[in-house]
Design a protein around this ligand. Structure first.
Ligand code: SAM
Length: 278
């Protein structure tokens, strides 16, 4: 057992007062951080990447797991200083910190595969990061073995939404097209320090094998943007540029964007690419 100071002590010592602009809501309860890691499954032989370790609660749980090594990306220099104790405790072969903006840092360049991403994401950039990683998964299903990510519950609900629901949209289709996604658990605001205004959800993503013929990420994005930017319109209006594909695939043109399944969108994208070869 590695003996570490309590997280609240680390926060005090390094004056890690939570900054709203950095989306800092810390998880200090070890039961919760251990649960995220436990429910994620084995990481034996895997290289874990954590975005935004903050004071290091989830970091400690990952380091206590069977993951081969962990690289954490943190923007806040105070947190980077606060995490040095973990580098000393575990050694820099097992745990490294990269100081920088996760929006600019490609996890694929940080560690070799097999990789996994775990993060209590900074909420203001969570969907941008998710879409970046999903795009990488489309190019290479083996980019990540899994991703366990904490979102605002409202975002988690959108990612998991089913067709014909109000929350079903671009994010639902992209995530469910590329990954098997499930909710690990929800957390109330009181689980965080300081408590945010909203509930949170931890989601688990496992990349799907779509085969080499699957449509490109960009093709799906374009269709989804056209469809959902006018989600109340029938697709014969919102997707008027895709009438040939709608006919070929055999989708009812009087449906609305939210009525099409993930498979319908993938079929439309495949048909578009068949009509306009790259
Ligand atoms: N993992 C910690 C925990 O669960 O207690 C902190 C999670 S907190 C919600 C988000 C973390 O992401 C903070 O440590 C924050 O400093 C960091 N962060 C915010 N924006 C970032 C960015 N653009 N790149 C890297 N880290 C960022």
């Amino acid at each position: 057992m590695i003996d570490l100071p309590p997280l609240r002590e680390v926060i005090r010592e390094y004056q890690l007062r939570a900054e709203k602009s950095l989306g800092q809501n810390f998880l200090l309860d070890q039961n919760i951080t251990d649960k995220i890691v436990r429910l994620s499954g084995s990481m034996a032989g895997m290289n874990a990447v954590e975005i935004g370790p903050g004071p290091g609660g989830l970091t400690r749980a990952i380091l206590a797991s069977d993951a081969a090594r962990l690289i954490a990306v943190e923007f806040d220099p105070r947190a980077v200083r606060a995490l040095q104790g973990l580098v000393v405790a575990y050694g820099d072969e097992r745990f490294k910190i990269v100081q920088g903006d996760a929006l600019d840092i490609d996890p694929l360049s940080l560690v070799e595969s097999p990789r996994a991403i775990l993060s209590n994401l900074p909420y203001n950039i969570s969907t941008v990061l998710l879409l970046k990683w999903l795009e990488q998964i489309r190019k290479d299903q083996g980019a990540y073995r899994f991703m366990s990510l904490m979102f605002q519950k409202e975002v988690g609900d959108r990612i998991l939404a089913n067709p014909s629901s109000k929350t079903y949209g671009r994010l639902s289709v992209m995530a469910q097209w590329l990954c098997d996604v499930k909710r690990l658990f929800d957390l109330p605001p009181s689980a965080f320090t300081p408590p945010p205004k909203i509930k949170s959800s931890v989601l688990h993503f496992v990349p799907k094998d779509l085969g080499a013929q699957a449509p490109k990420f960009e093709t799906m994005e374009k269709i989804l943007a056209s469809a959902f930017n006018q989600r109340r319109k029938m697709i014969r209006g919102s997707l008027s540029d895709y009438m040939a594909e709608i006919e070929k695939v055999g989708i009812n043109p009087t449906l609305r964007a939210e009525d099409l399944s993930v498979a319908d969108y993938a079929a439309l994208a495949a048909a578009r690419e068949a009509f306009t070869p790259a």
